[in-house]
Design a protein around this ligand. Structure first.
Ligand SMILES: *[C@@H]1O[C@H](CO)[C@@H](O)[C@H](O)[C@H]1NC(C)=O
Ligand SMILES: [Ca+2]
Ligand SMILES: [Ca+2]
Length: 364
């Protein structure tokens, strides 16, 4: 019986290596291709089954079903995750003394020291989030609440006619029943034609769950801003001070008159596929524009000028910081597509212009 179990195990192992080779999972096949994983994930009961031979059939069954499924999920996860780029860290200037929107706490400019870290090269996409949701069965907060905020300009007449109320301060936002990441403009919409666009309608808590599943975390605001600046000092945008160098669009923003007329000169009235606009000098895409991105920090508008190492924001708060502006930003009302710009939402909020990307510590 022991022999049987062993050969089944071997078979699974060989298959697993085969899957890895075929899918060319990167760098360290020997370590990462799953034989180890199978081993590590065995429960005591399974060990006993194998060694004692009391119930070899069950053990074999578990290997072929449970462990294999776990392994397949692990491979899927690795295929799913975004490439991360290594940020050098060191001293940089965070914030600005010439704030576009002073009440947002963009200033004062301060010297910040960061340890090196990794950050994902693009916003998390619908495809990536779908893979996460398929494997973990994560239910987003918007799905639990049964609604989410959608920009009214994107709604169908049918959905519009069913609206109950809008947000007084921002009448272009409507809570829409049945709007969630799978249905960004409400129940009659879908993501099938935009799997490579950033995922929408994810709360801070959902973003946190995804990054944790990925073995990653949300970037701190300081890390995010360091990444945004691309090594440039005291500039407005990830590429410099000019919004459109040589007349080119460098980010998915709003052109025309907000909120009534989007000329989509940059090619997009809504989100764009990630990596459609030029990367900054660090190789990072859509740091400003496309979607707002959650960061790990609690929100506050008060910052000290003191030099700080690896700041993580206030200890507590009611809102989380988001950075970078979105496809809805226009200078006339949301001049927030700058690296120093910032805004906030409660951690359970979600909307049709808010997403995220993950970061990670450098542990090796
Ligand atoms: C998620 O599951 C659905 C339904 O089984 C499937 O159609 C889709 O391709 C899966 N997506 C990913 C990214 O695995
Ligand atoms: Ca646009
Ligand atoms: Ca963005």
């Amino acid at each position: 019986m022991g022999l049987l179990v062993y050969s089944v195990w071997l078979l699974v192992c060989v298959c697993v290596m085969c899957v890895c080779v075929c899918d060319s999972c990167d760098v360290k096949p020997a370590q990462d291709c799953g034989c180890n994983t199978l081993h590590r994930h065995r429960t005591e009961e399974e060990e006993e089954d194998e060694e004692g031979g009391r119930n070899g059939q069950t053990a074999a069954h578990k290997y072929s079903v449970t462990a294999n499924k776990e392994f397949v999920n692990k491979v899927k996860k690795e295929e799913t995750l975004s490439k991360m780029l290594r940020m050098q860290g060191g001293w940089f200037l965070m914030g600005t003394d010439d704030p576009g929107i002073p009440q947002d706490g963009e200033g004062p400019q301060r010297r910040i020291w960061l340890e090196p870290f990794y950050i994902e090269e693009h916003e998390v996409t619908n495809l990536q989030f779908q893979s996460f949701a398929n494997i973990t069965h994560h239910v987003t907060e918007a799905e639990q609440f049964g609604d989410s905020f959608v920009f009214e300009g994107l709604l169908s007449e049918e959905v519009k006619s069913s609206l109950s109320h809008a947000v007084a301060a921002a009448p272009w936002w409507s809570p829409v029943k049945g709007a969630d990441w799978r249905h960004p403009e409400g129940p009659d919409s879908s993501i099938t034609h935009r799997m490579d666009h950033p995922v929408l309608h994810v709360s801070w808590t959902d973003a946190q769950a995804y990054c944790e599943w990925a073995g990653r975390r949300l970037p701190t605001e300081a890390e995010w801003e360091f990444a945004c600046r691309g090594g440039l000092q005291d500039r407005l945008y990830p590429w410099g001070n000019k919004l459109m160098p040589r007349g080119q669009h460098y980010a998915n923003l709003w052109q025309g008159e907000f909120p009534n007329h989007n000329t989509a000169e940059d090619g997009f009235t809504q989100t764009s596929p990630v990596k459609r606009f030029p990367a900054n000098a660090f190789g990072l895409y859509d740091m400003v524009g496309n979607v707002w991105e959650w960061t790990a920090d609690w929100w506050s508008v008060h910052h000290t000028r003191d030099n700080t190492h690896n700041p993580k924001g206030p200890k507590t708060g009611s809102d989380r910081v988001k950075k970078g502006g979105s496809y809805m930003c226009h200078k006339s009302y949301c001049y927030r597509y700058r690296c120093a710009a910032r805004s906030q939402n409660t951690p359970d909020s979600s909307a049709s212009n808010l997403g995220f990307r993950c970061a990670a510590d450098i542990t090796l």
